[in-house]
Design a protein around this ligand. Structure first.
Ligand SMILES: Nc1nc2c(ncn2[C@@H]2O[C@H](COP(=O)(O)OP(=O)(O)O)[C@@H](O)[C@H]2O)c(=O)[nH]1
Ligand SMILES: [Mg+2]
Length: 431
């Protein structure tokens, strides 16, 4: 009895092969569907294996169908050159550490194995279909293993490279974080900026690129300065509010001078800060020097009457008393004065000192936010190198920034807010 196995694309084909080989009298003993496995399963069709048997005598007269089976086999033989090409296409860059050296050795071993496989001579003497199929299967599996190992190696290297890039970018971000925090930018705002740019960093990012991105973010967040609007025909009332000693009166003198001399505006001064005689005297001196009138109001009602007198002025700068922002009565007094002028004709400037602690600034701005909408002037920049609070308060309040003052000299030590200059200084550049 001869028992043999035949593989065909279909069950019928396998039976046909068996009969062609063993003769029409062959008995089909078993049929099995073979489902492809592994990496190449998507490229291979399922096949059918038929076990057939025949009596030796009968077989002697059977027509050999070896060639036909061989031709079926050859059409099933995978293209090794393609696989080899695929292997060769996997590129590696050796890393100069021992781990990389190990990997390199492993890779060389794999390539050597694949070459051995490729060069293995076909055993022509063995024409048995089963053995050929088994051999092909083994080669395929080995090549499949090789490919998988190679791919794992390259994936690991890719991951390492990514980690190296992330580490490098992280080091740059840490450097910038440190710089901004040193300049007293609040940590939560620093993280916000860094988070926003982190997603945009690529492989070739340099410290300069990252700095440029952070710089742009800061400039955008600071925004353009909100300056006193002189274009309207009606008299504009500009109220200066804020704590005692921050520089309201001095800043009013600087702005009055700038508006009168440079902008040729008709300017008048008003003060409602009558709690300290010195405060009125101080403003009177500036008014005299500048040759502009100064009016003193003791109550909100007086302001109503004064407005008729001030008709015809382009700009009326109103000084207010820097009272405790926590005192309810004092807050009401200020609100009453502010209310004497309709919103369309007035602007409010909250004067803050760059030397005030952040938490105090948070409290102050919160109190004034409850009363009115304001723009911000930062004074005394000459007294501190850490100007993070300008940025912090801009983000916290959303209020437009207007002017900065950087010294006691009237009229020179004032400038409009320059977002680029501030961003540069925050990042440790020369401002
Ligand atoms: N260093 C410095 N001092 C300033 C600045 N602006 C105002 N001052 C000083 O701060 C003190 C209080 O100023 P003042 O205008 O009276 O503050 P006010 O109480 O808010 O009206 C004065 O000695 C001013 O000369 C500034 O930009 N830099
Ligand atoms: Mg004052």
């Amino acid at each position: 009895m001869i028992i043999k196995k035949y593989i065909g694309k279909t069950e019928e084909e396998a039976i046909e092969l068996a009969k062609a080989d063993l003769g029409a009298g062959a008995t089909i003993m078993n049929t099995k569907e073979m489902v492809p496995h592994g990496l190449f399963k998507f490229f291979r069709q399922p096949s059918f294996e038929v076990t057939a048997a025949i009596d030796e005598l009968q077989q002697a007269s059977a027509v050999s169908a070896l060639d036909k089976t061989s031709s079926t086999e050859s059409s099933e033989t995978p293209d090794f050159s393609k696989l080899q090409q695929a292997l060769n296409e996997v590129q590696f860059t050796p890393a100069p550490d021992s781990k990389a050296a190990q990997k390199e050795a492993e890779r060389e071993r794999l390539i050597k194995n694949s070459q051995i496989l490729e060069n293995e001579p076909d055993d022509d003497s063995n024409n048995s279909d089963n053995e050929s199929n088994k051999e092909i299967e083994e080669k395929l599996n080995t090549l499949q293993d090789l490919l998988e190992k190679q791919m794992t190696l390259s994936r690991e290297e890719e991951k390492e490279e990514k980690e190296r890039v992330v580490d490098k970018n992280q080091a740059y971000l840490d450097l910038i974080r440190k710089q901004l925090i040193q300049n007293e930018v609040e940590e939560c705002y620093v993280e916000q900026i860094l988070d926003e740019i982190a997603g945009t960093l690529g492989h070739n990012t340099t410290l300069d690129n990252i700095l440029a991105s952070v710089y742009q973010k800061i400039v955008l967040k600071i925004g353009s300065p909100h300056l006193i609007d002189l274009k309207t025909k009606r008299t504009r009332y500009i109220f200066f509010v804020g704590s005692t000693g921050v520089g309201k009166t001095t800043t009013i003198a600087k702005i009055a001078s700038m508006m009168k001399l440079a902008k040729k505006s008709k300017v008048a001064l008003v003060t409602s800060d009558t709690y300290r005689i010195a405060a009125v005297e101080q403003l009177k001196i500036y008014a005299n020097i500048l040759g502009i009138p100064l009016y003193v109001v003791y109550a909100a009602e007086e302001m109503e009457n004064l407005k008729n007198e001030l008709y015809g002025y382009d700009l009326v700068l109103v000084d207010t008393a820097g009272r405790s922002h926590n005192n309810k009565e004092q807050k009401e007094d200020l609100c009453n004065i502010l209310k004497t002028v309709p919103e369309s004709n007035r602007e409010i400037f909250l004067v803050l000192s760059a030397t005030t602690k952040y938490q105090d600034l948070v409290d102050i701005t919160r109190t004034y936010s409850e009363m009115c909408q304001y723009n911000i002037i930062f004074t005394k920049l000459d007294e501190t190198d850490r100007i993070g609070n300008i940025f912090n308060i801009r983000i916290l309040t959303g209020a437009p920034l207007s002017y900065i003052t950087q010294g006691q000299n009237v009229p020179n030590d004032i400038a409009k807010i320059d977002a680029q200059k501030i961003a540069k200084q925050l990042l440790g550049g020369n401002s």
